[in-house]
Write a protein that binds this ligand. Structure first.
Ligand code: SAM
Ligand code: SF4
Length: 466
């Protein structure tokens, strides 16, 4: 690439898929001469990677765009052009409307068209307004550039890999099937190549992600569809990958082989995010979730039979149209019956174009707020109890970054809890065994059980012929 380097600032809202997409956009722009900056005011290109899952998301984007417009005007006063792009699900849902409402925007690009960003930016450089919200037939992933080794190292030892996108389930509250399109699984070969590249650059933990990740059915090297369990088993064989996770799963796609993988794959971490949304059969039916409360409880039983120490997190929606006090109490009962180590919980937010938004008996905001606080208090109690049970236990921790205090580093336990330890920064990117000595409100505190990282000890053991 000739010419001066340019700087791109990407601000991501929403889910892990957006975090992954933001990285792939930056990777795709690197050969075009862009390097990433964490400061919007230094950028030549600002990308807002938006989320549309709950209300006011679009309004948040417009108010953020107001700030970006002022940045753009300040840069123009200095004789510098800043290009503004809106990506993600708001871009997909609103399209050209974004440019009509905020003329500072030069590019609008939907999640299926990120590989076309370089072309869209060339059009913007010619002062065209460039909009691409198609669902193209070409494979976006095949055209997105791979990250450089330096970029992977800078992002740390834990990486996301999107294996599946879109959704065909059409839950009545959700916009994903409309903004991300039909369910699509990437081929096994491409995913394995990406995971091998990550491992060769120092990644130790891979989280396979997708809106409906356990519906994965990508083409295997044998030309047949592979399940998520088979894909996880294949990735676990890659040297250097010591930890695997996957998210987000739908209860209906929790197949027997995936449950068995929790027993058989030691690299698969004992923590699973399994959204249930509600504990009331009436509401689950109205949400079109396609499973009952009993199905969910039975699934939890089978998962815990396969992996007794499995820790579960979930998503809940309170105040779905028609939700009565009895329905809500059924959700609280389910929480008590399962015992979660954490959860995301939301007030139902009517999304334009979804069946839920048209339903009678919308619940008032006060009731939603009260139910949300009661539900969150129940989850917080369970989370605190789960953390308290970790005191005096030992875990392998994957260290991710320096802590807030000098000499401190922070990593994740197998259950995804942040663990803070006084230890050398050279352990960042490594896995080491930690004894938990104190429980904080948001994290655990520990001391190194041995000075050598688990990986180094394992290679010593092999070298000794053990
Ligand atoms: N595919 C996942 C599943 O089936 O559970 C969830 C994906 S969605 C991106 C993440 C979470 O956002 C959902 O589990 C749900 O709890 C929440 N959510 C989605 N639409 C919502 C809405 N209209 N109002 C409130 N919460 C919503
Ligand atoms: Fe949305 Fe998940 Fe339902 Fe798909 S399965 S429609 S992504 S909540």
């Amino acid at each position: 690439m000739n010419g001066p380097r340019k700087r791109v600032y990407v601000k991501s809202f929403g889910c892990q898929m957006n975090v992954y997409d933001a990285r792939r956009m930056a990777d795709t722009l690197a050969p075009e001469g862009y390097s990433e900056t964490a400061a919007a005011e230094d950028a030549d290109l600002v990308i807002l990677n938006t989320c549309h899952i709950r209300d006011k998301a679009a309004e948040k984007v417009y108010s953020e765009l107001g700030r970006v417009r002022r940045l753009k005007e300040a840069a123009a006063a200095d004789g510098r052009r800043v290009v503004v792009a809106v990506a993600g699900c708001v871009a997909q849902a609103e399209g050209e409307e974004i440019i009509r409402r905020q003329s500072a925007v030069d590019v609008v690009v939907g999640p299926q068209s990120y590989h076309r960003l370089p072309d869209l930016l060339r059009r913007a450089a010619r002062n065209e307004k460039a909009v691409d919200t198609e669902f193209p037939v070409d494979d976006k992933f095949a055209h997105l550039a791979a990250p450089s080794t330096a970029a992977i190292r800078a992002r740390g030892a834990s990486a996301f890999v999107t294996v599946q996108e879109g959704c065909d389930k059409f839950c009545t509250f959700c916009v994903v099937p409309y903004t991300r399109g039909a369910e699509l699984s990437r081929p096994v070969r491409a995913i394995v190549a990406e995971a091998e590249h990550l491992a060769a650059s120092g990644v130790r933990e891979v989280s396979l992600i997708g809106q409906n990740v356990n519906a994965y059915h990508g083409e295997g090297p044998d030309g047949r569809p592979w399940s998520l369990a088979r894909l996880l088993t294949r990735i676990a064989e890659i040297g250097g990958i010591e930890r695997l996770r996957y998210t987000t799963s739908h209860p209906c796609d929790m197949s027997d082989d995936l449950i068995a993988a929790h027993r058989e794959l030691t690299a698969l971490m004992p923590q699973l995010h399994l959204p249930v949304q509600s504990g009331s059969d009436r509401i689950l039916t109205a949400m079109n979730r396609r499973h009952s409360r009993a199905d969910y409880l039975d699934l939890v039983r089978r998962l815990r039979q396969a992996r007794p120490d499995l820790a579960l997190t979930s998503d809940f929606i309170v105040g779905f149209p028609g939700e009565t006090a009895a329905d809500f109490n059924a959700t609280l009962d389910l929480i008590e019956e399962v015992g979660f180590c954490g959860a995301f919980s939301f007030k139902y937010s009517p999304r334009p174009g979804t069946p839920g938004a048209e339903m009678d008996c919308q619940i008032d905001e006060d009731t939603k707020s009260q139910r949300l606080s009661r539900l969150q208090a129940a989850i917080e109690r369970q989370q605190a109890a789960f953390n308290a049970r970790c005191l005096h236990r030992s875990f392998d921790v994957l260290f991710e970054r320096p802590g807030r205090h000098p000499g401190q580093i922070v990593g994740r336990s197998p259950y995804l809890q942040p663990v803070q330890v006084m230890a050398p920064a050279s352990l960042i990117g490594e896995i080491a065994t930690v004894n938990i000595v104190e429980i904080g409100s948001n994290s655990l505190f520990g001391v190194l059980a041995s000075p050598a990282p688990a990986r180094a000890r394992e290679s010593d053991r092999l070298a000794a012929g053990a």
